[in-house]
Design a protein around this ligand. Sequence first.
Ligand code: AMP
Ligand code: FE
Ligand code: FE
Ligand code: ZN
Length: 284
Amino acid sequence: MTRIDLHCHSTASDGTLTPAQLVTAGAAAGLDVMAITDHDTTGGWAAAAAARPDGLTLVRGAELSCRWFGAEEYPIALHLLAYLFDPAEPRLAADLTALRSDREQRAEKIVDKLRADGVPITWAEVHGYAAGGSVGRPHIAQALIRAGLVGTTNEAFASRWLGAKYFVPKADLDVFEAVRAVREAGGVAVFAHPRATVRGRVVPDQLIADLADAGLFGLEADHEDHSPVERAHVRGLAEDLGLVVTGSSDFHGTHKTVRLGAFTTAFEAYEKIVSAATGVPVLG
Ligand code: AMP
Ligand code: FE
Ligand code: FE
Ligand code: ZN
């Protein structure tokens, strides 16, 4: 059986393994195929490719921060996995650069809010944890842990910390624009954890149908943030809409407890993704 994990993070965003360590760990975990999908960056691609062990196929991708602006009340944040796109395609590359730069400003604002309440962390410290990659709330969580205010990353996401009290939104991409940009760059777009109600509000099925019409290629069904009922629902929706179904760990190293290969994608779905992409080839 081919073991395929299409959603993994490295230190290029909020994972804790370097891209080289990530591909090594993937092979050690018995994966045949793994994707590197850092938040809003392709910054880990080169190092992952250079360190790729024989026998491991590497899918280069990213996880794009998006938002659906059509929701009632306020917009809903969502994540789009983009696979095998051309990183030099100007529009998508500019989008990624803008997202990363906003992440820096937003993280600094969160740090300022915390400091205003006397929390002893600094932007320099948080920026240092991000080590040149896409900065995210897990890096701020790391500072809160160091300061002894919370015990785990998960605790830092409680509403009294980064979940609500010290929450500042990001300048995400309009999800329809993002699907279009990924396709124009020769990539394939898969909606990450679309039913993860544990993370907050989720989009209605009609929006997923509209995204399918706009060129969305697949839905991530098997994910730790989906209950068994939510996984089954996503599978049914994918079948109705003619979308591929994926499963993946969303591995983040020690920022999360999930292990590489905890959820996997069927070979047939993987093959469809690879066949549909024209941006860059898989490696290996
Ligand atoms: P950000 O991208 O800065 O908004 O931070 C969100 C990131 O934090 C996501 O990519 C998740 O990987 C991670 N995250 C979200 N919720 C939690 C949680 N409860 N525990 C640990 N990590 C989380
Ligand atoms: Fe993350
Ligand atoms: Fe995500
Ligand atoms: Zn992810």
